[in-house]
Design a protein around this ligand. Structure first.
Ligand code: NDP
Ligand code: 8X3
Length: 253
C-alpha cells in the first residue's frame, strides 16, 4: 500500500481526543500515521482499527530518551515524516495561581513546552529535507486569559509564538508551520485537568454544544491539505456557544 506518493504524519497524543480523531482522518484520506501516547492499550486498539497504515509508538513525551528511541526504531517505510502534529498536551488544575500546585505547572510546561520543542528540534532535519509541515496545537488560552488559566495559558502562548518564530527561521526551506488555537472542545481534556473528575467534565460541556475531536481533526487535515505555496499561520476556532467575557474589576482595596 505504501508508495512514493504516500505521505506520513507523526501525531502525538493519539490515544484520545484530537490526536486519535486526526489519526483516523489522515488514514481515511490515504496518509500513513505514526501515533504516539503513553497508553499502550489505546494504541493497540487503534492499531487493530487502522491497520498497516498506522505505526504506534508508546512513550511519555517528557522522556527524551524514550522519544529518541521511538524515532530511531521507526520502520523504514515510516521514516520519511512529512508532517509533525504537535498535539500531545494537557491542562492541570483550575485554581488561581495562589492556590495552584507547582507540580501541576511543571507538568504542563514539561509536556506542552519542553517536550514539544524537543520533538520539533529532533525532526527539523527530516522536515526540511522533505519540505514538510508542522502543525502545533495551541489554544484560545494562548490569547485570552481566564482565572485558573495561568501556566496552561502561558504554555500555549509559548506554542503560538514558537510557531511564528519557526516560520521566520524556516523561511526559504519550504517547511510550513501552523498554530491551531481551539476553544472549548469535549475530549478527555477536562477529566485530565480535574485529575479524574468526570462529573465536573460533564457539567462543563452540558448543553453547550462544544466542538468535537472530529471538528479539530478536520481542521488539522484541512491545513495539511493546502497546496505547498500556501501557509496557514494560525487558526482560532470556537464553538458558536462560546465567546468573550471582558475584564473584571475589584472594588474595595
Ligand atoms: P485529551 O486529554 O483527550 O488527549 C490528550 C492526548 O495527549 C492523549 O492522547 C494523551 O495520551 C497525550 N498526552 C498527554 N500527556 C502526555 C505525555 N506526557 N506523553 C505522551 N502523550 C501525552 O485532550 P485533547 O485531545 O483535548 O487535547 C489535545 C491538545 O489540544 C492538547 O495540547 C490540549 O492542550 C489542546 N487543546 C484542547 C482543547 C480542548 O478544549 N479539549 C482546546 C484547545 C487546545 P496518553 O494519556 O495516552 O499519554
Ligand atoms: C483548552 C481551552 O478554554 O479550557 O485549551 O483553556 S480552555
Amino acid at each position: 500500500m505504501n508508495n512514493a506518493l504516500t505521505r506520513t504524519a507523526l501525531i502525538t497524543g493519539a490515544t484520545a481526543g484530537f490526536g486519535r480523531a486526526a489519526a483516523r482522518t489522515f488514514i481515511d484520506n490515504g496518509w500513513q500515521v505514526i501515533a504516539s501516547g503513553r497508553r499502550a492499550e489505546r494504541l493497540a486498539e487503534l492499531q487493530a482499527e487502522l491497520g498497516e497504515a498506522l505505526h504506534t509508538a508508546c512513550f511519555d513525551i517528557r522522556d527524551e530518551n524514550a522519544m529518541r528511541a521511538a524515532l530511531s526504531t521507526l520502520p523504514e517505510r515510516f521514516r520519511g515524516i512529512d508532517l509533525l502534529v504537535n498535539n500531545a498536551g494537557l491542562a492541570q488544575g483550575t485554581k488561581p495561581a495562589q492556590d495552584a500546585l507547582l507540580s501541576d505547572w511543571k507538568t504542563m510546561i514539561d509536556t506542552n513546552v519542553t517536550a514539544l520543542v524537543t520533538l520539533t528540534h529532533a525532526l527539523l532535519p527530516t522536515l526540511i529535507a522533505r519540505k514538510g509541515a508542522i502543525i502545533n496545537i495551541s489554544s484560545t488560552a494562548a490569547t485570552y486569559p481566564y482565572t485558573g488559566g495561568n501556566a496552561y495559558g502561558g504554555s500555549k502562548a509559548f506554542v503560538s509564538q514558537f510557531s511564528l518564530g519557526l516560520r521566520a527561521d524556516l523561511h526559504g526551506t519550504g517547511v510550513r508551520v501552523t498554530a491551531i488555537e481551539p476553544g472549548m472542545a469535549e475530549t478527555e481534556f477536562t477529566v485530565v485537568r480535574t485529575h479524574g473528575d468526570q462529573a465536573a467534565s460533564d457539567k462543563l460541556y452540558a448543553g453547550a454544544q462544544p466542538m468535537t475531536a472530529e471538528d479539530i481533526a478536520n481542521t488539522i487535515f484541512w491545513v495539511a491539505s493546502q497546496p505547498p505555496h500556501l501557509n496557514i499561520n494560525r487558526i482560532e476556532l470556537m464553538p458558536t456557544s462560546q465567546s468573550f467575557a471582558g475584564f473584571q474589576v475589584h472594588r474595595g482595596g
